[in-house]
Each structure stands twice: as structure tokens, then as C-alpha cells.
Design a protein around this ligand. Structure first.
Ligand SMILES: Nc1ncc(C[C@H](C[SeH])C(=O)O)cc1Cl
Ligand SMILES: [Zn+2]
Ligand SMILES: [Zn+2]
Ligand SMILES: [Zn+2]
Ligand SMILES: [Zn+2]
Ligand SMILES: [Zn+2]
Length: 305
């Protein structure tokens, strides 16, 4: 059965989505924003007090990379925390009264399922193309942001294959379309990965500083400090290019250039001891500390609406 402190299969997550999305009509709803390559429904959860007016929104996705299992675990944890603390936690109550929070629990569902059934270390999508026996493209190199110019490969067999064109991966197309359709209200974009304990922001596709560099850095450092306050976990904040590696086609850079100012990539625990194979015993502490960082960013966005 589904557990917030275990790595759930897609089947368990799908049934969790069905039940949690009908658990509180005033606070949560779901919509399918398209199907994956293998036909699985990309189901977006919308958190926030029902309103007949469009509210400003935050968009958060998990599971772009299949093997980064702590990421979907965090999105599930976030939804649970939001619903269970609305009404008792002042900040969460204020957030969901004033804003909507869109949560995509698993972006790359086909890849996530494949890591459960065939190859725990799979990263990419599971799309197939005639002419090669290699499968999939890296969804975080397939966004239309300096596409395939650096830190990506045009070899379909590479783990950082950028795809045949920007948004060639249907999963990327579905998410990009949703964000484009809603860009007037989306004020922040958060994308959750693992591992390395980093809080990254644009740009990764260039060494040039983003127009809002100082503000993005200030918020990232505040969020990292909030995170560290719980268990002392240390994060590094900075632009992707200099903090992790230069690479093009990422979702955070694309959202930022679309006009979503507060755009961040989280790289959750750990720093390499377990890496992608983070033990289930660390799900709770990782999620609780990450909640503090996400709430810090959300509060900042709210104050600056
Ligand atoms: N814009 C970006 N932001 C963050 C990253 C790092 C993640 C770490 Se898993 C990746 O390699 O896709 C990569 C890019 Cl291209
Ligand atoms: Zn499993
Ligand atoms: Zn990743
Ligand atoms: Zn990573
Ligand atoms: Zn600014
Ligand atoms: Zn909690």
C-alpha cells in the first residue's frame, strides 16, 4: 500500500492521486495534462482554496529524472503536509488562501516505472525512434533553452541526449504547454532532483548572470538556511553553470526566460554516500527539511506578489 515513507511504485502513486485528489473538494483537484510516451496519464494536482478568480500560482514538478526517487517522494510529502496543516499552520493557510500550488508528482512516469522494473539507474524518458536501438532522451536537456548547445549530447545513446528537437519528448511538451498556457499566473517554478544538496537557479546554459541574479541568490540562501535549521543539512546555492555544471535545455532556465522569475532546481540529499539510492529511512528527514526551504521560497513569492 502507499506510504509517505517508502518509495512508491507508479501504481501506488496513481491510486494515491485518485484518493487524495477527492479527499478535500475545497483544497485539491486534479487534471491530466497529457500522456507519456507509453500512455501513462501525467496527472497534475492543484492545491489551493477554491476561487472563481484565477489566483497567482507556484508550479512544482518532481521526477524529471527516473532514478531520483527521493524527488517524487518529496512531491507526495508536500501534498500531504499542505492538506494536513492547512488551517493549523498560519503560513500554509495563508499560502493556499492566496495562491494555487500546482504539483506534478511524477514528470517522467515511464522512466520511473522502468527503474522499478528493469534498471534502477535509468535517467531518461522511454521514447523510441527508428534508426537507433537506444531509448529515451534527457527531459532536462529537451526544453527550448539554449537547446543542445552545451552540457548535452546529440547521441541518442547518451544519458544527456537532448532529443531530436526542443520539446521532442511528449512529457516535456505537455508540461511546457501547461506552463505557457498559465504563464500569466505562474510566479514561481520549482523542479526537484537529486542528489548533491544544491539549490540552483538560472542560468545553466550560460555563465552570464540572470537579470535577477542577486534576488534569486538572496532567496536561495534564505531557503538553504531554513533547510539547515532542522537537521544541519548543508546546501550550496548558486547559478547552475558554476554551481553544478554548464548545461542547456533545462526546465528552470526555460521557465525563467518565459518570465517565471523565481525559478529553482533542488538537488536533494545526499552528497554521494548513497546517491540516487537514498535509504527509505532518510525520506522523512529529507522531506521535512525540504518543506522548510520550499515554504521559505513560497512565503517570499507571496510577499512579492
Ligand atoms: N538547467 C539545469 N538546471 C539544473 C541541472 C542539474 C540537473 C541535475 Se540531475 C541535471 O543534470 O539535469 C541541469 C540543467 Cl540543464
Ligand atoms: Zn519498487
Ligand atoms: Zn535530475
Ligand atoms: Zn541530480
Ligand atoms: Zn528583481
Ligand atoms: Zn511535517
Amino acid at each position: 500500500a502507499h506510504s509517505y515513507t517508502k518509495y512508491n511504485t507508479w501504481a501506488q502513486i496513481q491510486s494515491w492521486i485518485a484518493s487524495i485528489s477527492t479527499s478535500n473538494k475545497d483544497l485539491i483537484s486534479k487534471e491530466v495534462i497529457g500522456n507519456t510516451y507509453e500512455g501513462r496519464p501525467m496527472t497534475l494536482l492543484k492545491l489551493g482554496r477554491k476561487s472563481s478568480f484565477a489566483k497567482p500560482a507556484i508550479f512544482m514538478d518532481c521526477g524529471i529524472h527516473a532514478r531520483e526517487w527521493i524527488s517524487p517522494a518529496f512531491c507526495q510529502w508536500f501534498v500531504k503536509e499542505a492538506l494536513s496543516t492547512f488551517g493549523s499552520n498560519a503560513q500554509m493557510t495563508s499560502l493556499l488562501n492566496q495562491m494555487d500550488v500546482y504539483v506534478l508528482p511524477v514528470f517522467n512516469i515511464d522512466g520511473y516505472e522502468y527503474t522499478h522494473t528493469n534498471n534502477r539507474m535509468w535517467r531518461k524518458t522511454r521514447s523510441r525512434k527508428s534508426g537507433t536501438s537506444c531509448v529515451g532522451a534527457d527531459p532536462n536537456r529537451n526544453f527550448d533553452a539554449g537547446w543542445c548547445t552545451l552540457g548535452a549530447s546529440s547521441n541518442p545513446c547518451s544519458d544527456t541526449f537532448c532529443g531530436y528537437s526542443p520539446e521532442s519528448e511528449i512529457e516535456v511538451k505537455n508540461v511546457a504547454n501547461f506552463i505557457r498556457r498559465n504563464k500569466a499566473v505562474i510566479k514561481a517554478y520549482l523542479t526537484v532532483h537529486s542528489y548533491s544538496q544544491l539549490l540552483l537557479f538560472p542560468y545553466s546554459y550560460s555563465y552570464n548572470l540572470a537579470a535577477h541574479h542577486s534576488e534569486l541568490l538572496k532567496v536561495a540562501e534564505g531557503a538553504s538556511a531554513a533547510l539547515r535549521s532542522l537537521y544541519g543539512t548543508r546546501y550550496t546555492s548558486g547559478p547552475g553553470a558554476t554551481t553544478i555544471y554548464p548545461a542547456a535545455g533545462g526546465s528552470d532556465d526555460w521557465a525563467y526566460d518565459l518570465g517565471v522569475k523565481y525559478s529553482y532546481t533542488f538537488e536533494l540529499r545526499d552528497t554521494g554516500r548513497y546517491g540516487f539510492l537514498l535509504p527509505e529511512s532518510q525520506i522523512k528527514p529529507t522531506c521535512e527539511e525540504t518543506m522548510l526551504a520550499v515554504k521559505y521560497i513560497a512565503a517570499y513569492v507571496q510577499k512579492n506578489l
